[in-house]
Write a protein that binds this ligand. Structure first.
Ligand code: GRF
Length: 204
């Protein structure tokens, strides 16, 4: 059985992180190419925010959580070097960004294979206000994109996208809730697709 080791990065609430742990951790799959069995292990979560609510989610889920405060570093690059060093201890096959609200420098993106979720139909509405920007736009649809991370913010190759129609009269909060539900449905499947995994064969 091949082990597939993932580390999740988050910054705040951590609801996507919790959903990924509940959906993927300790689950068994087949590798599409070889039909070899593979088991996903989420060996650690890392946050840059010592006050992140997601830290208590990790405790409740029994997942080791490392805290690396970005405020301890003089510049983005120094933080990224420390983050890479920390990640090396876990030897992840891929790093999963789930509400990780730091722009990563090329030092990180050229070293670590990582995947991100963004709450819009990229390339529309990049940046940190994607849900509000979509809500306030003339777009008929909102959506969620999962993509490989490269040096361009929200600009890497798309792995999977899905969309929802906007509803007339809907509040921003209601729209945001529906976007989050779409994220919870899409992200685990997008990660399986990216890792070339198929078909759950046993629940842990
Ligand atoms: C999600 O909407 C994610 O797409 C965006 O930030 C939000 C994080 O929410 N990048 P949570 O921390 O997973 O609850």
């Amino acid at each position: 059985m091949k082990n597939i080791n993932l580390v999740i990065l988050f910054s705040g609430n951590g609801s996507n992180m919790e959903n990924l742990i509940n959906s993927l951790h300790s689950q068994e799959y087949f590798l599409k190419d070889t039909q070899e069995k593979a088991k996903i292990q989420i060996s650690c979560a890392v946050t840059n925010n010592p006050n992140a609510y997601g830290i208590s989610r990790c405790e409740a889920l029994g997942i080791n959580c490392e805290i690396l405060p970005h405020k301890d570093f003089d510049c983005r690059e120094d933080f990224d070097v420390a983050l890479i060093d920390l990640l090396k201890n876990y030897q992840p096959d891929a790093v999963i960004l789930a509400g990780f609200m730091r722009i990563l420098s090329p030092i990180f993106t050229s070293t670590i294979r990582s995947i991100n979720i963004h709450p819009s139909l990229l390339p529309k509405h990049k940046g940190s206000n994607a849900i509000k920007d979509t809500y306030e736009s003339d777009d008929e649809f909102g959506g969620v994109s999962v993509h490989w991370v490269n040096e361009i913010l929200d600009g890497g190759e798309i792995i999977l996208q899905d969309y929802i129609p906007k509803i007339a009269g809907e509040s921003l909060e209601e729209f945001e809730n529906r976007i989050h539900q779409l994220e919870y449905a899409l992200y685990p499947n997008a990660i399986l697709k990216a890792l070339n995994l198929t078909q759950v064969i046993k629940n842990g």
